[in-house]
Design a protein around this ligand. Structure first.
Ligand SMILES: [Zn+2]
Length: 271
C-alpha cells in the first residue's frame, strides 16, 4: 500500500491501513526521536505509541487535521507534531551546559554570510548528527561536510567529539526549532516548493529566488533540513520486525468496524 492508499484508511480506523502506516513510518519516527530525545530505546517506542494515540484520539481528529498533501510534506508535519509533543517533557536539566545551547542570536551570527549548503550542514550538526549521518542526510562525502563545518568548530568542539547521533541540548534545541516553525511568514517557501527544489522540478528563476530568501530565513532553513531528514530516514532507517509492527497495531484503539466515508445506502442514493 502506498501513502495515498493507506492514509484515508488510517483516518477511518482501518487496521490494515494502520499496519501499512506503521511499517512505513515507525522506523523513521524512532530514528528521529532517538536523535532529538534523551530516551532509551524502550522509552522511544512508548513515546511513538503515545504520539499514535494522540493521532487517533477523537475519531482520528489530529491525523485528519494534517493538510492534505503528498507523502514527504506529510512526514515533515508529522515530525513537527512529534517533536512539539515531546517539548513539555523536556527540562533544561537534559541539556549540556558546555557549550551552551545556541540561541537565535548565535545562529544568526554563525550563519552570517555563509552559503546555503554550509548553513544546512551547520544546522544539522548543531542538531546532533555525527559525520557519518551527515553524509547520509546530505548525500555529500565527509571531507566536503567537514569543510562546511569549519566555522562551527571553535565554539562547538563538543559536537565533533561524539561518535553517534544525539542532540546536546534536547530541550533548548526543540524549543528553538519550534519557535522557528511558528515564525514562518507569507514570504516563506511552502513545503511543496521545497520538495520541488529537492526533486529538481523547479525553474531556475524560482529556485534562485527561494534560495536567496532561505539564505537569510532560519524558519525556511529549518523546514528544508527537516525535509532532508525525513527523506533520508524514510529510505535509510532500519525496518522493524513484523512482530513489533503487530504489537504497535494492537496498541491502537480500533472500533469494531472501520468508520465508512459514506454508508452504502447513502452512496446508492447519491447522497
Ligand atoms: Zn522563510
Amino acid at each position: 500500500m502506498t501513502f495515498h492508499q493507506f492514509l484515508p484508511g488510517c483516518s477511518r480506523g482501518d487496521r490494515e491501513a494502520w499496519r501499512a502506516f506503521l511499517s512505513s513510518y515507525s522506523p523513521l519516527a524512532l530514528r528521529l526521536s532517538s536523535l532529538y530525545l534523551p530516551l532509551a530505546p524502550p522509552q522511544l517506542v512508548a513515546f511513538w505509541q503515545e504520539g499514535l494515540l494522540a493521532l487517533c484520539s477523537n475519531d482520528y481528529e489530529r491525523l485528519r487535521g494534517f493538510p492534505q498533501q503528498a507523502e514527504r510534506e506529510f512526514l515533515v508535519d508529522l515530525r513537527a507534531f512529534l517533536l512539539d509533543s515531546a517539548l513539555p517533557r523536556l527540562a533544561p536539566s537534559h541539556d549540556a551546559t558546555v557549550p551552551p545551547a545556541p540561541t537565535l542570536e548565535t545562529l544568526a551570527e554563525l550563519f552570517k554570510g555563509l552559503p546555503l549548503f554550509h548553513q544546512e550542514t551547520v544546522f544539522l550538526k548543531l542538531a546532533g548528527y555525527s559525520s557519518a549521518s551527515l553524509e547520509k542526510v546530505l548525500k555529500v562525502d565527509s571531507t566536503v561536510a567537514e569543510k562546511r563545518l569549519e566555522r562551527l568548530r571553535p565554539r562547538y568542539a563538543a559536537l565533533f567529539e561524539r561518535p553517534g547521533d544525539k542532540c546536546l541540548w534536547p530541550a533548548a534545541w526543540l524549543e528553538l526549532t519550534r519557535s522557528l516553525r511558528s515564525a514562518r511568514e507569507e514570504a516563506c517557501a511552502s513545503l511543496r516548493q521545497l520538495v520541488r527544489i529537492l526533486d529538481g522540478q523547479i525553474s531556475w528563476q524560482e529556485k534562485t529566488s527561494i534560495e536567496e530568501h532561505m539564505g537569510g530565513c532560519l524558519s525556511c532553513l529549518e523546514q528544508w533540513v527537516a525535509l532532508r531528514e525525513v527523506v533520508c530516514w524514510l529510505r535509510e532507517a532500519e525496518p522493524l520486525p513484523p512482530e513489533k509492527i503487530s504489537s504497535l497495531v494492537s496498541s491502537l484503539p480500533f472500533s469494531e468496524k472501520p468508520r465508512q466515508g459514506k454508508s452504502l445506502w447513502k452512496r446508492l442514493r447519491g447522497k
